[in-house]
Design a protein around this ligand. Structure first.
Ligand code: DGJ
Length: 705
């Protein structure tokens, strides 16, 4: 039996494993299989065998597109032929192994069907030859349906991560190569191929994500053969991955999702899988206050205690002290790398602040950036050899006045572990524990090298290892992956971190887009989303508190401004927003994420529906002025047809200027009752909002009331 099937949650992967393993199908589960295969024709002016989409695309088998493997031994053994795999089968896993004895290589491919119907694949290559073998590329590809004629992925920059780009799936390779040494603000978090105009809940699509935080390629490829495929792999530098005899290299997981019903279907597969992981954060996600935009580098015990009081009063549960607590770090030109509490600004150490924070009922978190150093630091001065140098004495140009510390140098790694471990241990021993690290990484790592050899692979693995080692030494410690905002957001780092910081933009309007795109892959509880100051520090835009609060609500909610400024009505609204998060976080962090496809993109309607359909919370926002006189009747996606729901509007703070009407819709005060079927087909006449305003809609099934 050489046809293998992995199927579940409406998805199937059919693999023909005799000879050259071929992907017969990846997509909707076809149910019962026919008695024989429908092999294609042998074409004119072509190979003398029918063409199929290989699991292992190899030139040696006639593949002319992007190959599985590129590498060699100084020009030898560049042609490799893996065929006739041995197949081991688990419940939802296939492991295929093959040997090319002449080339001196062994390949092992693991294919897993994950909870939620997400698929992931990775390859491991072992050198069995008698000389070093250099791996230049080890790619993973799966075919998509011929009906997938449109591509969608994300670009971006600092404070505008994950901006969407759509393009036709034409012949050739659309490759998104990342050579920043980190995932990058511009990384394609998701590369999707689908039917024309596929949208939130419309269209059939396939999507790929690479779980790796270093250099990478994610690509869509269409050839005349004919095939359309999505693929991804790590992008090692020249001479970076050289396997000595007996050594193996395992590539990162590449995740593939199929959805018959738009991007919501893809998100649901990723979220279900992420939530099934043993290490997924299960404890209620605490309300965070991060001090960065409140005080920046102005660290002062009295000021921060006063901020902590305001935070506790507002209902905050985790207080995070950002950059500036260590060494000579009074601004971003000095001290980075010196992980000792600054005696200048913290003469009695951090314990007085942490204790006060704890007494106020909050956990304490601390900012670190272990992978970097300012040239003006003890680390850089005492150990110049620990800074990454591409060649001789040549350091990469500075970025935010900093260089990259070479974590692949064992002494540098150990020094960093020891220093950070001491900060955590000292605090714990003083009865003032630090339970959260905001782990930053504030520059690109282009031309990254160790001892003159490219080192993005080792550097990335060492950063992961440092996170793991600190967590192992301090059970319960949580880590946030931050990288100049959201430049390290991927499922690779999320095997080691507990949430990501999506962006340095706390402008609610920008955040609406950034969070939507981030949550196409990440479950909302993994995405840090904070209410920033009224006037955004990055964009200069001013937004009402309810819009900022509703925008932050559908994720891991927090505050990032000097909330002592919130007085009068704003203070009451802030309390209400924190209360809403606490009341609904169980739903928001376990439910199914939905987004409506609306004719007018000025409007946005999204939400979370409980897995049992018992309730749902939606945000309805007007992002810019709309051409229409009002939103009209809008359907609420995701409700269970047979249930009857009461829908109530929640208007935090009832802020003036939220609505534009002479009279509100009649149901706005008392709610509206209808079946799920009615609400998700006909819908509800929604209120007319002013631009950059939002309200919440809470739908509760009547039997649950
Ligand atoms: C960049 C981060 O994204 C910010 O939130 C803040 O932590 C600064 N670094 C601190 O330097």
């Amino acid at each position: 039996m050489s046809l293998h099937r992995l199927s579940g949650d409406g998805v199937a992967l059919l693999l023909q494993t005799a000879g050259d393993p071929a992907v017969v199908h990846f997509g909707a589960d076809p149910g019962a299989l026919p008695g024989r295969e429908s092999t294609g024709p042998v074409l004119h002016s072509n190979y003398d065998h029918p063409l199929s989409m290989p699991l292992w695309p190899q030139a040696s088998a006639g593949w002319a597109g992007t190959p599985l493997l590129e590498g060699g031994r100084g020009g030898r053994d560049t042609s490799v032929r893996f065929t006739d795999p041995e197949v081991r089968r688990g419940d939802s896993q296939l492991v295929l192994t093959a040997t090319d004895a002449e080339a001196g290589l062994e390949l092992e491919t693991t294919v897993e069907l994950l909870p939620g119907g997400l698929l992931r694949l990775r390859h491991a290559l072992t050198n069995t030859g008698d000389a070093g073998y250099e791996v230049r590329a080890l790619n993973t590809m799966l075919p998509v349906g011929q009906q997938a004629t449109e591509l969608l992925d994300t670009a971006g920059r600092w404070s505008r991560e994950r901006s969407e780009q759509r393009l036709p799936f034409v012949t050739g390779t659309h490759a998104r190569t990342g050579r920043r040494g980190r995932t990058g603000h511009d990384a394609p978090l998701l590369l999707a191929a689908g039917t024309p105009g596929f949208a939130h809940r419309r269209g059939e699509l396939w999507a790929a994500h690479l779980g790796w935080s270093g250099n990478s390629t994610v690509f869509a490829e269409r050839t005349a053969d004919p095939s359309r495929a999505l693929g991804a792999g790590e992008l090692p530098g020249t001479g970076e991955i050289v396997l000595e005899t007996g050594q193996s290299h395992t590539g990162p997981w590449v995740y593939f999702a199929y959805s018959p019903a738009g991007l919501d279907g893809v998100a649901s597969r990723f979220h279900t899988y992420l939530r099934s992981r043993p290490g997924h954060p299960r404890r209620a996600r605490p309300v965070v206050l991060n001090t960065w935009e409140a005080v920046y580098f102005r660290h002062d015990l009295d000021e921060l205690v006063s901020l902590a009081h305001a935070a506790a009063e507002a209902g905050v549960e985790r207080f995070v002290l950002d950059d500036g607590w260590f060494g000579s770090r009074r601004d971003d030109t000095s001290g980075l790398g010196d992980w000792q509490v600054s005696g200048q600004v913290w003469p009695e150490g951090l314990v007085p602040l942490i204790s006060r924070v704890n007494e106020l009922g909050m956990e304490f978190g601390l900012w670190v950036e272990p992978e970097m150093a300012n040239p003006d630091s003890a680390l850089a001065t005492d150990h110049p050899d620990w800074l990454c140098r591409a060649r001789g004495d040549r350091l990469a140009p500075t970025w935010r006045n900093q260089h990259v510390v070479d974590l692949t140098v064992p002494e540098a790694y150990t020094h960093l572990f020891t220093a950070l471990d001491a900060v955590l241990t000292d605090a714990a021993q003083a009865g003032a524990p630090i339970s959260f690290l905001k782990w930053d990484q504030n520059r690109d790592l282009t031309d990254l090298a160790s001892a003159g050899r490219p080192s993005q692979h080792g550097q990335t693995l060492a950063a992961y290892a440092l996170m793991d080692q600190l967590k192992a030494a301090h059970p319960g410690l949580e880590i946030e992956s931050c990288s100049s905002g959201g430049a390290r957001v991927d499922l690779g780092v999320l095997e080691h971190a507990d949430r990501v910081w999506a962006s340095d933009s706390n402008d609610a309007l920008e955040r609406q887009h950034i969070q939507e795109l981030t949550q196409r892959v990440l479950a909302p509880e993994l995405v840090g989303q904070h209410i920033g100051p009224a006037t955004s520090h990055t964009s200069g835009r001013t937004h009402a508190l309810a819009f900022r609060g509703i925008t932050a609500l559908f994720g891991h909610f927090g505050l990032e401004w000097d909330i002592r400024e919130a007085r009068g009505a704003d203070r009451a609204t802030l309390h209400q927003l924190v209360g809403l998060y606490k009341k609904h976080r169980g739903l928001l962090h376990s439910g199914i994420q939905v987004r409506a496809d609306l004719g007018d993109a000025a409007f946005s309607l999204y939400g979370t529906v409980a897995a049992d359909g018992g309730e749902a919370l939606y945000a309805f926002a007007l992002l810019r002025s709309s051409e229409g006189a009002g939103p009209g009747v809008i359907a609420l996606p995701g409700l269970q047809e047979e249930k009857t729901y009461r829908v109530r509007a929640i208007v935090p703070g009832r802020e003036p200027g939220t609505f534009i009407h002479r009279e509100p819709p009649a149901w706005l005060e008392d709610g509206f009752t209808a079946t799920g079927s009615y609400l998700s087909t006909v819908g509800l006449a929604l209120p007319a909002l002013n631009p950059e305003r939002a309200i919440l809609l809470h739908a509760e099934a009547l039997e649950a009331l």
